[in-house]
Design a protein around this ligand. Structure first.
Ligand SMILES: [Fe+2]
Length: 198
């Protein structure tokens, strides 16, 4: 398949996926459709793997790069293909939106944390709860209030798909925690796009 042909097939598949997610969400009473959306994303990966070849998604210049697959369009969501280099680590943070993720290649350790004490806007304690490893064929869902840290493991790049409740541009304030220092830092609104990398 030619690159341009593949790009339009990919866009059509992504639009279909986001419409499916929207109809699942419409049928769900809570704001978090969870497992059904994750299953839909995993099916998408299995079915459309050929539309997501490495050559179409360049590695990051620094540590991490989010390639937008579909932002907004006629649905409220953001869908990204994330490429990270080995050793990349992100301190515990909370996105403030729900998300589902699926592994394409490589391995990313997701450590989940619980806020055990918050004494001010700038100080909080966090403790580890559980961990999930994302790799090919596996998935992960996060609620809007979940806190996770990420580490890219192994020798090669990690490639993951992330479907967020909203595109990066519309993220609320992303909150970072530093476990050793007991600090909490809310990024200014709209800086969710800085998570994109480059
Ligand atoms: Fe994150």
């Amino acid at each position: 398949m030619q690159e341009t042909e593949r790009a339009s097939a990919r866009e059509a598949a992504c639009r279909t996926l986001l419409r499916q997610v929207q109809s699942i969400q419409a049928e769900t009473r809570t704001g978090f459709p969870g497992q059904r959306v994750l299953d839909t994303l995993l099916e998408f990966v299995e079915r459309h793997r050929a539309l997501l070849p490495d050559e179409d998604f360049a590695p990051p210049r620094a540590h991490s790069r989010m390639h937008p697959l579909a932002e907004g369009l006629d649905t409220p969501y953001g869908l990204y293909l994330n490429v990270t280099r080995p050793g990349k680590h992100a301190e515990p943070h909370c996105h403030g939106v729900w998300s589902v993720s699926a592994g394409l290649a490589g391995r990313e350790l997701n450590q989940f944390w619980k806020v055990t004490e918050q004494t001010s806007n700038t100080s909080a304690k966090v403790g580890k709860t559980h961990a999930i490893t994302l790799e090919r064929g596996t998935g992960m869902l996060m609620q809007a209030t979940d806190v996770h840290s990420t580490t890219t493991q192994g020798e090669g790049e990690t490639r993951l798909l992330h479907l967020f409740e909203r595109p990066f541009e519309q993220f609320p304030r992303v909150v970072f925690y530093h476990p050793a220092w007991g600090t909490r830092r809310a990024l200014p609104q709209g800086t969710g796009r800085t998570l994109r990398g480059g």
